[in-house]
Design a protein around this ligand. Sequence first.
Ligand SMILES: Nc1nc2c(c(=O)[nH]1)N[C@H]1C(S)=C(S)[C@@H](COP(=O)(O)OP(=O)(O)OC[C@H]3O[C@@H](n4cnc5c(N)ncnc54)[C@H](O)[C@@H]3O)O[C@H]1N2
Ligand code: MOO
Length: 400
Amino acid sequence: MGHAHGTPVLWEQARNEARELGRRCAGVSPSAVPLAEARGAVLAERVTADIGVPSYDSSAMDGYAVSGSGPWRVTARALAGAPLPVARLSSGEAVEIATGARVPEGTTAVLPYELAHHDGHGIVGDITPGRHVRRAGEDVPAGAAVLPEGTRVTPAVVGLAASLGRDTLLVRRPRVAVVTTGDEIVHSGIPGNGTVRDALGPMLPGIVTWSGAVVAGERHVADSFSAVSGMLAEAASDAGTDVVVVCGASSAGAADHLRGALRDVDATMLVDGVACRPGHPQILARMGTEQEPGAVVVGLPGNPNAALAGAVTLLVPLLAALAGRSDPSCAPPESLPLAGEVRPHHRDTRLVAVRERGSWVEPVGHDRPGSLRGAALADALAALPPDWAGSGVPLVWLPR
Ligand SMILES: Nc1nc2c(c(=O)[nH]1)N[C@H]1C(S)=C(S)[C@@H](COP(=O)(O)OP(=O)(O)OC[C@H]3O[C@@H](n4cnc5c(N)ncnc54)[C@H](O)[C@@H]3O)O[C@H]1N2
Ligand code: MOO
């Protein structure tokens, strides 16, 4: 016997519920993560410079570090990363120097090769005192506050943190456990007769990191009530999990146990069914109590393209709000005209895989619930309302 669905909520409302829930749960604790993993997350600290940049007085040009006025006698060659060949220059002396090499004490300026000439006595050329010498701390003084808490960790942020000698950053990054279900699912190789290769375990980490979160565990559970409710009970008592994504087991069939298992752990059901196609059997629930809230559970349909639709409907808005950043699927333009043959659903929002063509979008096709063929070529999902009259369509961007 199956389990009845709840009353579906409107697609826009489902996204808002997920976003609101993310804002209400202030419980994601900061963690120090290696720079390479921090990208996309949001800083949970103010970054201050432990060292200045540059950290030593160095040359900004390839040429000659000179002291006093010319002509200068070249005494040695200074390269970046090599010990200083002379600690101090006296007036009339120079060292040939590479960009980034430490300048000796007593350096008046650096004279670039292209401005230097040899006369019979040495090197000559016009200099301005201090020119082409990068002083320690000139770009970032030691102790300066460089990034406020709440800054999104972009590639440039990672690079800056490394320049400042940091190996980790403190970020607020929701931890997501991904659970696949289904006795027919296999996780590697060519699926044998009657089995299906797991498409969601490999797909979800990219969506999760795009939203500023991280997959902190992946597992598969059997199609049984005890396996699904046991998994939820474990997740409920694990303080290291903020969100549990359960793939499959969300519909009405005999093997679809998520609803019953959520009831079994006294979870609060927030969304039970969304009025969109594909992706209508989605679930948003919260474990724990009002006083001691537990992990949020997102149930996604097993059909891979329906799961993608569900992920951008509930999971991405939830995770972005939990992480304290903007929703990457809502980037501008928020809508564009759609050119091509599409048919709205008579009652629900239809999510159509579309390709961006500059100032308009066109359907990719091949976007039935069971396959990601269309989505793999798409830039966005167009959210076609039931009463669509052939004008602009709201867009939900996909990670590209
Ligand atoms: N009587 C009804 N039956 C169904 C309804 C309904 O409203 N009433 N909804 C249909 C829709 S729409 C969808 S979508 C599916 C959702 O099903 P479940 O979420 O319960 O998922 P399963 O039944 O376990 O699997 C469905 C389908 O997806 C394949 N699958 C599952 N997991 C994966 C995975 N990790 N990677 C790749 N493919 C996966 C699975 O083999 C099935 O083919 O329910 C309809 N039925
Ligand atoms: O809505 Mo199902 O999620 O169409 O495939």
